[in-house]
Ligand binder design. Structure first.
Ligand code: ARG
Length: 460
């Protein structure tokens, strides 16, 4: 078997070495990026006077053929193809002959893999941002459709105050906006070319890293060759962004699990987005929501795993860095699958308006409004809080409806009882960013604008 390093070695690689070090099964997905990087490198070699026009044409044609073979599934891998970079270069040399053997001039797999992985990451970060926005549009649609429907807002998972359903849905939407923001910031930092760093120290050949960086659409070229090949900050940042996105999707999942339970009964899931039980005929389970919750653990694991891999590495490239790919690829795969499944789940779910509003119509959820009503009539809030708290305690202890006690209280009376009418309290949440119809109408508009602006940022 011929390896890339056969000149220095008397014997071939051991079978166990190949089995343990091979990355081809998973890094094949970098093929398109490897080809793009290789084309830019060839152009750079022409500008440096290392390849002439005919040689470059032969290598370009071979790279095109390799791309076609890979796309068509006719590319034949051989046992010495330890990674996609090795495989592409081997095949280019087979096709193009001696000019193909010049492809790797001034280049190492260390800058090559860093280049391919940055191109891939840059693209995928945009794709994820795009899919988040598609999910945000689903959330926006549900929020618009929710109209004036309200439900209890919770703290400590105890009913606290009524909020509009649209307000609750948009709360998740804004968390996703921060995710989009983070992904785009990470994309900007990843947008630096490492090509031309060589194995670690640059080259004695007249290469121009800035030229190839420009050809690849990178915003800049590396400043330090050791950093260029040893840096995986962009992978760690991407994994953090995806893990936090996963945490947000997990929190959405957890609420769907709760809301679809018989105990809450706030939402009915569509059959197409629910599963049944193999044994219990009556069951309808929220498996998508549960997996969105469960896979967040896996995404967090990918982040912590890579951080542990990186923490002890001396400069510059170490083979440990090959461990960056599987977590990154899986994290991208998992969030894209989750976003698609959750978008379908949310867009097809039916809110149970009566259950939500009945749960929010408990007079105890209006306690704060009663206290604030007293505040508006001059009572210090701490005193008002005590007055209403005592009424609530009395109501619970003596099983007397709160409205009777409010009606009979000298500081409250019939005017205050009106606050206890269903739906009144939520309409009184008028402060900016609050949970009532007036601020939510404004919020819906700014969320819509935010999504539109983010779409342009993702494309730009
Ligand atoms: N497959 C390797 C990786 O992903 C490519 C770089 C190998 N470089 C080397 N010097 N062995 O990291």
């Amino acid at each position: 078997m011929t390896t890339l390093w056969h000149g220095r070695f008397a014997g071939g690689p051991a079978e166990e070495l190949l089995a343990y070090t091979v990355s081809l099964p998973y890094d094949q997905r970098l093929a398109p990026d490897d080809l793009v990087g290789s084309r830019a490198h060839v152009k750079g070699l022409v500008r440096a006077g290392i390849l002439d026009g005919d040689e470059a044409a032969a290598v370009f044609a071979a790279l095109d053929q390799v791309g076609d073979e890979l796309a068509a599934g006719t590319f034949t891998f051989v046992p010495s193809d330890e990674d996609i970079h090795t495989a592409v270069e081997r095949r280019v040399t087979e096709i193009a002959g001696p000019p193909g053997a010049k492809l790797h001039t001034g280049r190492s797999r260390n800058d090559q893999v860093a280049t391919g992985l940055r191109l891939y990451t840059r693209r995928m970060l945009g794709d994820v941002a795009d899919r988040i926005i598609a999910f945000q549009e689903v959330i926006l649609g549900s929020a618009e459709a929710a109209g004036d429907v309200y439900l209890p807002g919770y703290t400590h998972l105890q009913r606290a105050q009524p909020v509009l359903l649209s307000h609750h849905l948009l709360a998740h939407g804004w968390a996703l906006s921060r995710d989009v923001d983070r992904l785009l910031a990470t994309r900007a930092r990843a947008n630096v070319s490492p090509l031309g760093a060589g194995a670690l120290a640059g080259s004695s050949l007249p290469l121009d890293p800035h030229g190839v960086a420009a050809d690849l659409g990178f915003a800049a070229a590396f400043e330090n060759s050791l950093d260029a090949v040893g840096d995986r900050d962009f992978v760690a940042e991407a994994l953090f962004d995806l893990a936090l996105l996963g945490v947000h999707l997990s929190r959405i999942g957890e609420e769907i699990v709760l809301w679809s339970s018989e105990e809450f009964g706030f939402v009915t899931l569509d059959d197409g987005y629910s599963t049944g039980s193999s044994m219990l005929p009556q069951k309808k389970n929220p498996d998508i929501a549960e997996l969105a919750r469960g896979r967040a653990g896996r995404l967090i694991g990918h982040l912590t795993g890579l951080m542990a891999t990186l923490k002890g590495l001396p400069l510059a490239y170490n083979r440990d860095l090959q461990e960056d790919k599987e977590p990154l690829f899986d994290a991208f795969d998992q969030v894209l699958l989750a976003l698609g499944a959750l978008a379908g789940l949310v867009s097809t779910a039916t809110p149970s308006v009566e259950r939500m509003q009945a749960a929010a119509d408990s007079p105890y959820l209006v306690a704060t409004d009663l206290a604030e009503w007293l505040v508006e009539r001059g009572m210090p809030f701490r005193d008002a809080h005590a007055v209403v708290g005592a009424l609530v305690r009395d109501s619970i202890d003596r099983h007397v409806p709160l409205d009777e006690l409010v009606a009979g209280h000298p500081d409250l009376g019939d005017d205050a009882v009106a606050l206890l009418e269903p739906g009144v309290a939520v309409r009184r949440r008028r402060s900016p960013g609050g949970a009532g119809p007036d601020p939510v109408a404004i919020q819906l508009e700014s969320f819509r604008e935010r999504i539109e602006a983010d779409r342009l940022r993702v494309e730009g």
